[in-house]
Design a protein around this ligand. Sequence first.
Ligand code: SF4
Length: 395
Amino acid sequence: MINNLYKNFNRKERFKEIVDSVQFCNLCPRLCERRKVLSTANGNIESKVLFIAEAPGRLGADRTGIPLFGDRTGDNFETLLSNIGWQREQVFITNAILCNPKNENGNNGTPTKEEITNCSMYLSMVIALLNPEVVITLGMTALEAIKLLCIHDIKLRDDVAKLIPWNGINVFPLYHPAPRATIHRSLTKQRSDFMRLAKLVHPIDGLIKQKKLRRFKTQSLFPEENSLIQQVAQILLDLGGRMTYFKMTKLMYLIDFFALNKFGHTIVNDIYLRQVDGPWPPKLDKMLKKMEGYEIVRYFVHKIPMVAHGPSRRFKVQLDDKILETIVDVYKKYGDLGNSEIKTIVYRTEPMQFILQEEKKGKDMRNKPVLYKDKTIIQLKTSPPSRIQKSTEIE
Ligand code: SF4
């Protein structure tokens, strides 16, 4: 079992933070005045099972504040759940977008691509917080929404009611229970899809049959050594779901900078070099390459390199609690910031301030070590170890 410390860090508190931040969201002009359907009424944040539907219905969640409840879609969903003996309180239910997309006629509209993209930020936070074993998508929109977080080629028609690895967890695609969607899949067929779900998944604990398979996979593919840098990258993704490559490098630097102040040594135990956009650990690229296709996937959003969970995790995080605490603390403080805000925080740290001052004097500080193992550039200036030169040659 991966250490629960960072998985369950103040989960209730973090959920409240997410809920509070959503209330002020005005990213989508036509939706921002609507009710934001995210609260404790969405279900159990300890559940390993997360349902994602399309959007709050006008007569359903927009009115009641409870996803998939209060309208005919909600009735269908509750019938399908009760057929397999599940209760909504056992699972967590959310939507691809959190506000009702009412159209100009006052009816339920279809969320636009832009609205789904805007709201994917909250979806990613919810997934990171719950850390589910199984995500059950209801309909095409939910599948499109998770594709923004981590690319997949799941086709609802071909893959309905199958467990499919995605982003280090599993997706179980189902059709939406709305009356209009029963044209594509009748309620009778949807009932058997739910039956299949109940055979594979427990509503709170997640996977039933797959657990054995996963354990086997973990053992057989377990890499002999997984470096500290890989472990820190893995934890950051566990906490954040996905992030820009830039953010990962800067969070890693902040973690090591704070660890150095706290423990007298860094966690990653390597070097950060001065690059155009701040400190960068050269080993990270090499380690991400090793993890690619397993623990992580890399892709681009608007030409910006992203890192997200991969389809299968091969190693366990084996860091002690104090170190995990430091990582979680840094993530809680800075994990929600955008790239430019993180860059500002990084540039305010002493080693970067020192570098900036030297650069003002006209010195070329490119590729100089900002941090190296248990020393900052300020300490290294007085006694630079010869090994540093060797490490800078890695790239
Ligand atoms: S749908 Fe999501 S992103 Fe758009 S306004 Fe509502 S909460 Fe914000």
